[in-house]
Ligand binder design. Structure first.
Ligand code: SF4
Ligand code: MSK
Length: 662
């Protein structure tokens, strides 16, 4: 029996008892952490409590780029000393930051390249299990980069598109193809600074070279290549991943989906796909609908096979096919604690090694599938796009076996949240303008007339160093209360879905202007756009806002801001930096790997903006973060001369009191 006093707490290894309410606001995760405690199972939440983050590393005041070091500088007095080679704090921090961008950019561009490889094999007729699903999108993407589409066959257009997009990776001189989508003034600024990406392989290679010991030792010059590499992610690798996935698997349109651990079913064979690349998930969708496998599941005593997503490939499948989603990054261990998961199948990125032990405790098979990602202790079943069913069928069969032999006690949190997901930028266009006059004009008009104050992208991970899901939720609530339309991707989108904010009804907590627009259009005040790579959809939406007119000539002119309130991965830093380099004020929470009052900090947080780009911001506090983003949006409104319109349109005092905002 559980002791009542400790019922709501997880005890830290030594003495300190921790209230679960301080760790997560996700009730399902909290319930599973209690069960994990009872079962003697450790998760990343426990490890984050028992292992303090290294303060010198957190400030980026150390360097281990050569064997004369590692060198540690004093974060409290950063100019007091230099590394053995003489490297200053600004060089060390800029190099460390740049390598995070290189790694994050590599992850997204390699994901994009996998999609492009698959596309090539489909177009060449070497793969038959996937096909081009969205020919309209194929034509639109091709036309957007200057490929002739009129009167041509799908195969011819697709062949040209493949050849053109391959340059995103391999080109050594020139500009990446999607540079053609960048607003002219933004592109002109990039050209002036020499930061238009050539090809992502070259940019990542050059950044790794320049951050080697004894090469680039000027933080400003390092930051230029850092921007170029990040832009090769956002407007290159990530954009290719999004566009090719839409062409192959379909462009998302709004769909009602259930999110949270309650989507697991005790009497079904539960299979979770967790990772980033949709090709594995698409094949698993076919396997779980295979009549012989359904029959086998029933023969094993199950009512059926229940396929569920997690993290970003989960977000993509949720948007494209309405597949239920069990939770975000910080719930991936907790979901195994239900005992109800009969297989967890992973591909790449954000897969905690800690999953192996937790899965083992509950007799859940953990399958790795991608040649890039093996995990010691997991079972590897390699996925091959030429015969995808071999891998996914095998994992279903093993899941059925686990169901039949389940010994772990099953406890599924009875929590499900319904929301609308799948707002591609194409759908936003259609939603606002209608089928025949699809356009962002109504969005721009509503920004100009002040009903919508501005647009914010709130994206990114969850992180056990902060209260799980809380920072995202409070920030988004604060933004919509202040008439800021919120666009979301990744784990952040799952957080807000769990908070019930992905429904048109959530408009009742929005400010009066945004509420009116949402009610007129029938849309939620928070629009889910997909996975991490789908942040590229936000770039396209921003470009479209510039193209439609009335809000300035570059992305930097727009009344928009971005945030990753609970970020943890290097990919998040790359995303943040490509938004900054594209012209967006971007605020991160948790911690920021740069020491205040250094030259490098000043460059990122102030000077990039005066160069015509965006700038970085930081606050761990969601209310302060919202204040900073809204102040920036208001500054942009003022520069555009549309600040007065908002004062006229908004709001009477009764409205303000009802909103309970300052
Ligand atoms: Fe130290 Fe310089 Fe070597 Fe870095 S590169 S570890 S600062 S000596
Ligand atoms: S999965 S990068 S934890 S958003 Fe894309 Fe979530 Fe961040 Fe991974």
């Amino acid at each position: 029996m559980e002791d009542k006093k400790t019922e709501k707490t997880v005890e830290k290894k030594e003495t300190k008892a921790v209230n679960l309410k301080d760790i997560t606001i996700c009730e399902a995760t909290a319930q599973m952490l209690q069960k994990a405690k009872r079962d003697g199972v450790e998760t990343a939440f426990d490890r984050a409590l028992s292992m303090k983050a290294c303060p010198i590393g957190a400030d980026s005041a150390c360097c281990k780029h050569c064997a004369m070091g590692p060198c540690r500088l004093n974060p409290k007095n950063p100019y007091e000393k230099v590394g053995v080679c003489g490297a200053t704090i600004d060089t060390i921090m800029a190099r460390n930051f740049a390598r995070m961008v290189a790694s994050g950019s590599a992850a997204h561009t390699d994901h994009g390249m996998s999609m492009l490889d698959l596309f090539r094999e489909v177009v060449n007729g070497h793969i038959h299990d996937y096909k081009i699903k969205d020919t309209q999108k194929l034509e639109e993407v091709a036309a957007s980069i200057g490929i002739e589409v009129e009167g041509r066959s799908v195969k011819d257009i697709a062949t040209d598109l493949y050849k053109e997009l391959e340059r995103t990776y391999t080109q050594v001189e020139g500009e990446i193809p999607f540079a053609k989508r960048v607003p002219a003034k933004t592109l002109e600024t990039w050209r002036k600074h020499g930061i238009v990406p050539r090809g992502s392989m070259r940019e990542i290679m050059e950044l790794m070279h320049r951050t080697h010991m004894g090469v680039d030792q000027h933080y400003e010059n390092i930051t230029k290549q850092c921007s170029r590499t990040a832009l090769a992610d956002g407007w290159g690798g990530s954009m290719v991943a999004t566009e090719i996935s839409d062409i192959l698997f379909g462009t998302p349109t709004p769909v009602s989906v259930e999110v949270n651990m309650g989507v697991l079913k005790e009497d079904h064979v539960n299979i979770i796909i967790h990772g980033h690349e949709p090709n594995l998930f698409e094949s698993m969708l076919v396997s779980v609908n295979e009549p012989t496998l359904i029959k086998a599941a029933k023969a094993a005593g199950a009512k059926g096979i229940n396929l569920v997503g997690m993290c970003c490939s989960g977000a993509e499948m949720m948007s494209r096919h309405g597949v239920p989603h069990a939770g975000n990054f910080m719930s991936t261990e907790a979901v195994l604690v239900t005992g109800a998961v009969d297989a967890m199948c992973v591909d790449v990125q954000c897969i905690k090694q800690g999953l192996v032990k937790v899965a083992d405790c509950y007799g859940t098979p953990l399958f790795t599938t991608n040649p890039r990602c093996h995990i010691e202790g997991a079972t590897h079943v390699e996925f091959n796009e030429h015969k995808p069913g071999e891998c996914t069928d095998e994992m279903v069969i093993r899941a059925i076996t686990r169901f039949k032999n389940r010994t772990a006690a099953v406890e599924i949190p009875n929590i499900r949240n319904i929301g609308i997901h799948g707002f591609s930028h194409e759908y936003i266009n259609y939603m606002l303008g209608g089928t025949f006059r699809g356009s962002y004009t109504p969005l721009n008009d509503n920004i100009i007339n002040g009903r919508i104050r501005g647009v914010a992208g709130v994206v990114g991970c969850t992180n056990p160093r902060v209260k799980h899901d809380w920072v995202h939720t409070e920030l988004v609530k604060e933004l919509i209360k202040n008439d800021v339309l919120v666009l979301q991707t990744g784990c952040s989108q799952i957080t807000l879905a769990k908070a019930g904010m992905m429904t048109p009804e959530a408009a009742h907590i929005a400010g009066p202007g945004l509420r009116e627009v949402c009610e007129t259009v029938g849309m939620p005040p928070v629009l889910g756009m997909g996975s991490c790579v789908d942040n590229s959809r936000i770039l396209v939406a921003a470009s479209e806002m510039v193209r439609v007119g009335g809000l300035g000539n570059s992305i930097a002119d727009l009344p928009v801001a971005g945030a990753a309130p609970e970020w943890m991965s290097e990919k998040a830093i790359s995303i943040g930096h490509y938004f900054v380099a594209s012209g967006v004020y971007t605020v991160f929470g948790v911690t920021f790997p740069v020491i205040k009052e250094t030259k490098f900090h000043k460059l990122l947080f102030e000077e990039l903006e005066s160069q015509g780009l965006g700038k970085w911001g930081f606050s761990p506090d969601p209310y302060e973060m919202a204040r900073m983003m809204i102040a920036h949006i208001d500054k942009k409104r003022k520069q555009l001369g549309i600040d007065k319109a908002r004062e006229r349109t908004l709001v009477d005092m009764a409205d303000r009191r009802a909103m309970d905002v300052a």
